[in-house]
Design a protein around this ligand. Sequence first.
Ligand SMILES: [Zn+2]
Ligand SMILES: [Zn+2]
Length: 175
Amino acid sequence: MMLVIVKVIAYFFLWTLYSYSVHRLAHIPHKKNFLYKIHIVHHRVQYGDSNWPEFSNYFFWFGSFKASLDIWLTLTLPLIVLVFIDPVPGGILLGFHYVYEVFLAGKVVDHNPRIRGIITRWLSIGAYHLKHHDLYKCNYSFFITLWDHIFQTTDKKFLGVRSAKERRENLDERY
Ligand SMILES: [Zn+2]
Ligand SMILES: [Zn+2]
């Protein structure tokens, strides 16, 4: 039992590292970048009034082929592979992924502007993830913010670099 818990935690970190990497690749704008083409759909989604999922979401279909493929490649595929390698922890994570994606990933948690403050320092939800929608070039992590902190892609880092650059440009103009 203990071993299963340790494995679930270890695989969770690997899974979030994988999804962080794929998401980051999906933000490289290029006409041959297949990931970019399917991911831009996510950045156009408007969430309706209801907190309940659309009926098709229960079947892991997220409105369009591109939007669904984006989720399958970024989050589902590695867990399917894991189920074949290590079925019990793989199955637990796949169950978590299903429930999270169907019930929470929309406006309830991930895209909920009312979730803000200290919790978004640790979890990539609410205001933290919405800053990814505003600024594009930061906050790529899913579930936990860890990988943005490790690879220095948080919104704070991004805005810090941008304002330092603007200050430099202002100075250049003056002299
Ligand atoms: Zn994105
Ligand atoms: Zn989003």
